[in-house]
Design a protein. Sequence first.
Lengths: 222, 244
Amino acid sequence: MGVLHFVEKNFYQVLFLTWEHIFMVGLSLIIGTAIGVPLGILITKKANLAKNVINGANVIMTIPSIALFGLMMPILATVGHGLGKVPAIVALVLYSQLPILRNTYVAIKDVPPSIRDAGKGMGMSRWQLLKEVEIPIAAPVIVAGLRTAAVMNIGIGAIAAYIGAGGLGVYIQQGIDRVYPEMIITGAVLVSLFAILVDGLMAAVEHVLTPKGIQLEKRLAQ
Amino acid sequence: MRQVSKRLYKLALLASAFTAGIALERTHTIAFLTDPYNYPEFVRLLFQHLYLVAISISIATAAGLIIGIVLTRSKFRKYSGIAMYVVGLGQTIPSLAVLALVMSLLGIGAKPAIFALTIYSVLPIARNTLAGIRAVPAPVLDAAKGMGMTPTEILFNVELPMAMKVILTGFRVSLVINIGTATLAYLIGAGGMGDWIFSGINMMMTDKLLAGAIPVTLMALLADFLVDLLGVVLVSKGLRWEEE
C-alpha cells in the first residue's frame, strides 16, 4: 500500500522521471540506429572489416556499464560534459551498437542468394535491390537487434542516475541512500515494467514487419 | 593494401596505448594505485569483488544447468516453452532493479548481494542449457537410443557434449554480466571495486574512479577471453572441426 501512496503523492515527479528515462533511451536508440544500421549494411561487403567492427562492438559490450561511465567521465570532462545526460547517452549509444550492428550484418548477409539474383535479373540497381529486397527481408532481424538494445539501454539508463542523468534510476539511487523502501520499489518496479513493456511492443513490431511470405514459411516449417 | 592496413592498425594500437598511458599519468591514477596507503585497500576490494563473483557464479551455474536439464527431460518437456518465456521475461528486468528489490527485502551486506547476483546470473545459463539440449538433432538421439544407451548415458555422452558450445556462451554472458553487476553490489553494502568507482564519481576524484573502473573492465575482458579458451577444452573435437 505504501508504494501506491508514494506514487499518488509524487505523481508528477514520477511522470517527469519516466519521461526523462524515455527521452534518454529513445534518443540513444535513434542515434544508435542511425549509426549501427548503415554501418552494418556497409560492412556486409567487406568480410575483414566486418570481423574487426563486430569484435570492437563486442569489447565495448563487455565493459561493465558503471566502469564505462567512469572511463568516459575524464574524457568528456575536457569538453565540459563529465556528468549528466551527455555521457549517459554516449554510453547508451556505444552499448546499443553490438546488437544493432550484428543483427543488421547477419540479416543482410543471410538474404538467400537466389532472391538476390532474382532481383538482379529483374534489372534492379544496387540501391533498389537494397531498398526493395534486402531491407524488407532483413527488417524483422534488425528490429530484434533494436529490441535487445532497447531493453539493455533501459537497464543501463537506470544506472546512469549515478552520474546525474536523471530518469527512474533516481528513485532507486535516492531510495537506497535514504533507506526508503517505497521509493526503491517504485523505481525498480517502474523500470522493470518499462523494460517488459518495450520488449513486448518491439516483439509486436517485429511480427508486423515480417513479410507475409516469410510468416507463412515459418508457420509451415513448424 | 592489406599489409598497409595491418601496419596502420598496429600503429593506431600503439598510439592509443601511449595516449592511455599519458592519461593515466596525468590523472594521477598510477600514483594513486601505487600509493602504499591505497594498495592494500585495492587488494582487499579486488578480492571482495572476486569473492562475490565466484560464489554467485558457481551457485548460478549449478542451478542453471539443473534447471535446463530437468526441463528437457521427457516428463517436463511440455513446460519448457513456458519456462523459456518466463526466463526471457526475467532477463529484461534491469540489474539495478533486481539489486534494489533484493535489498528492500533482505537488507544490506554481502549475502543479499550474492543472492541478487545469483538469481540474475541463473537466467542466461538456464536459457542456453535449455536451448542447447533442445537443439540436439533427433536423428542423433535416435542413434544413441538404437545403440542401447540409457537416458542418463544419453544425457552425459550425447546431449550435454552436443549442447556444450551453447551452454558455454550462456556461461560467458552470465559471467561478464555478473562481473559488471558486482560493481553495483557496493550500493547495497557488499563492497567490491564499485567502492572506488562510486566514491570517485561522488568526490570527483578521477584517479580513484579510474583505479576502480580499469581493473573491473580488464577483469570482464579477461573473463570473456578465458571462457573462450575453456571452449577449446570442453567442446568436443568433432564439433569444432565441423564448424571450421
